[in-house]
Design a binder for this molecule. Structure first.
Ligand code: SAH
Ligand code: SF4
Length: 405
């Protein structure tokens, strides 16, 4: 099937704000500048003490950059002007990643090329996505019943932000556009959390009142950048005020990463999604060479170490590739595989999003529906991820590849 021609929708790329900053925040300066964004309350308090300032000034900075989403030092008006100037003269800046370009889909999805402070010089970007109303992939794991939405939440409904963890990716899944970039570098904790804060700022989201889900499903393999990924989660929980129960991290099945993840305290542990993507090891290792290192059984064994919350489920993501993973027999195999794990699992089906240079085909809508129905009839909770932002190249890594490639 690898020799099949790729079928790309005849779609038009709509680019808004081309080439100019989407926000008023300054372009992060290269070289020698030190970002405050990424430091937690403790680190900022320590910094203040080092500068012979009262340590509670650290709290004020935390409040300003993570809660009020101030993007420039000069705007942290709770600090005396002299202190702001002193910080600036020592090379400190807020240094939050900047939404450099915005692409808006007709369905409301927004996709951003985000420029990170550390890479301002090279114009290196990652992708972040805002999906109002989500893509339904995050629903149905039972957590909604823990806290029913308040009236305010219902009025605003919900949104999902898809976050990148690396520039490019080393894992080399054959159907994925990010893989084509190779791994360029890891993002820091501040660069990961900063994507979220920049998007919250753009949409004026009231954290705590309005419902926002995070999915770490953008560019990169979070579990191959584990410390920075978990550092970002801790910042987002502690300083930004988001709940880990509304966050889902997706991994291609990096077993040592899953094992470390299982050790994380529940107050900082997002939910877990595994990119299964195939009904058996034979097909999976063709699509995901990483399967030769850690096969399905090894991944499932590691997943068993995660102590799930009441009603929490593990998500298996499953990309449907025409002729390769979307056959009726495959659905039966997936249902048996899910049952064998004995884990509370739900399956998120994703129709493969095409992209330049990848020789797979999108599944027929009939095949997608038949696959969903087959799994459901076997009693497997199954959800279909709605394709979002097709007109702006919504699949992971697609926008960056399309613009730059
Ligand atoms: N690296 C992590 C997270 C990022 S990829 C992982 O692989 O899990 C997030 C999800 O997007 C994965 O489930 C992956 O299988 C899926 N994906 C990648 N490329 C895709 C494409 N072109 N169309 C649809 N889904 C894709
Ligand atoms: Fe990396 Fe995930 Fe893409 Fe695989 S699917 S190449 S792990 S980003």
């Amino acid at each position: 099937m690898l020799d099949q021609a790729v079928t790309v929708d005849p779609i038009q790329l709509v680019q808004l704000d081309a080439g100019k900053p989407a926000e008023e925040s300054p372009v992060p300066k290269a070289d020698g500048q030190k970002p405050l964004f990424g430091m937690d309350g403790e680190a900022l308090s320590a910094l203040m003490s080092e500068m012979d300032e009262p340590s509670w000034r650290g709290r004020q900075i935390t409040e300003a950059i993570y809660r009020q989403r101030v993007a420039d030092l000069s705007e942290i008006t709770t600090l005396p002007k002299t202190l702001r100037q002193k910080l600036a003269s020592e090379g400190w800046e807020v240094g939050r990643p900047r939404l450099a370009q915005v692409f808006r889909s007709t369905d409301g999805t927004e996709r951003y090329l985000v420029q990170c402070a550390a890479s301002a010089k090279s114009a290196e970007t990652v992708e972040t996505v805002w999906m109002p109303e989500g893509d339904d992939g995050e629903s149905g794991d039972g957590t909604d019943s823990i806290s029913p939405p308040t009236d305010a939440e219902r009025a605003w409904n919900r949104a999902t932000i898809c976050v990148s963890s690396q520039v490019g990716c080393a894992v080399n899944c054959q159907f994925c556009l990010t893989a084509k970039l190779g791994l360029q570098r890891n993002l820091s904790a501040g660069e990961i959390a900063g994507q979220v804060v920049s998007v919250l700022a753009r949409h004026g989201v009231e954290v705590g009142r309005e419902r926002v889900n995070l999915v770490f499903m953008g560019m990169g393999e979070p579990f191959l950048n584990f410390d920075n990924f978990m550092g970002a989660v801790r910042l987002l929980v502690t300083e930004v005020g988001l709940s880990p129960q509304r966050m889902t991290v997706s991994t291609s099945g990096i077993v040592p990463g899953i094992e470390r993840f299982a050790q994380e305290p529940v107050e900082f542990r997002p939910k877990l999604a595994i990119s299964l993507n195939a009904p058996n090891d034979l097909i999976r290792q063709e699509l995901m060479p990483i399967n030769r290192k850690w096969n399905i059984e090894a991944v499932v064994d590691a997943v068993r170490q995660v102590k799930l919350r009441p009603r929490e489920r593990i998500t298996f993501e499953y990309v449907l590739l025409a002729g390769v993973t979307d056959q009726a027999a495959h659905a039966g195999e997936v249902a048996r595989l899910v049952r064998r794990t004995g884990l509370p699992v739900k399956v998120n089906l994703i129709a493969w999003n095409p992209g330049p240079g990848i020789a797979y085909s999108m599944p027929q809508p009939g095949a997608v529906e038949a696959f969903r129905a087959a799994l459901a009839s076997e009693g497997v909770p199954t959800y279909l991820r709605r394709p979002r932002g097709r007109d702006i190249y919504a699949a992971c890594g697609q926008l960056k590849r399309t613009i730059e490639g």
